[in-house]
Design a protein around this ligand. Structure first.
Ligand code: RP5
Length: 229
């Protein structure tokens, strides 16, 4: 190519590629903004759900069950699991129970913890109206020390399961931990909170190996009896 032609072609080539480069740049920029915005929107949605939307419903047959069931609420709070608490009685407010269980899934609940004592129909009847996992906590009854509650909740006919936990406080705590384990397969932050909880628990046991060491918590039972005498 003659020298003059090269001199002429260079500015022309510059003129052609500049708009093209600007165009490509704009495309990349708008794609970046678009993806970033979408990611931000879904993160905001995830966070607002985490902060405000209850994932676990804690229900109980009577306000007298709260002494036991508050341990489920406290444990969920410690794990950062959003939850709600309600008194819903299978015998005294059956319509409310049906409405609660039937609407639970629609309202965004993913697990229900149901505590009841005596002829404890609440967990089983709740399970009959929803396909959400229902965890039953047998509340300790005065007459039979919760054995009635345990059998009422546990002995479900095949087809409608209730995951039954231990009687009383231990059952309430474990119902919360099991809820977190269920939710943990979907929500990574809940799985990590559970892992941290378990790690801290192990650490507490390992760092207090000698029960006779000073400052180790004393059993409450005998102390109470001594006070009464
Ligand atoms: C059950 O009857 C409740 O779950 C509670 O454990 C038990 C006694 O209820 P209250 O008489 O104390 O209200 O339905």
């Amino acid at each position: 190519m003659p020298l003059g032609a090269i001199e002429l072609a260079t500015p022309l080539a510059r003129c052609d590629t500049a708009p093209f480069a600007i165009c490509i740049g704009l495309c990349f920029w708008s794609a970046y903004v678009c993806i970033g915005e979408r990611e931000l929107t879904s993160r905001v949605k995830r966070n607002s759900r985490k902060d405000s939307q209850p994932l676990v419903g804690i229900i109980m047959g009577s306000s007298s069950d709260w002494e036991t069931m508050e341990h489920a609420a406290t444990t969920l709070k410690e794990l950062g699991v959003p939850h709600e608490t309600r008194v819903v009685s299978a015998h005294r407010t059956p319509d409310l129970l049906f409405e609660y269980a039937a609407s639970a899934e629609r309202r965004g609940l993913e697990v229900i913890i149901a505590g009841a004592g005596g002829a404890a129909h609440l967990p089983g009847m709740t399970a009959s109206k929803t396909v959400l996992p229902v965890l039953g906590v047998p509340v300790e009854s005065k007459a039979l020390k919760g054995l009635d509650s345990l059998l009422s909740i546990q002995q479900m006919p095949g087809g409608v399961p209730v995951g039954t936990l231990a009687i009383g406080k231990a059952g309430a705590i474990n119902a919360a931990l099991l809820s977190a384990a269920i939710l943990g397969s979907k929500y990574a932050h809940i799985r990590e909170a559970l892992r941290k909880f378990r790690g801290a628990q192990t650490e507490r046991v390992l760092s207090n190996p000698d029960p006779s060491a000073a400052g180790f918590p004393q059993k409450k039972g005998p102390q109470k009896k001594r006070n009464r005498a």
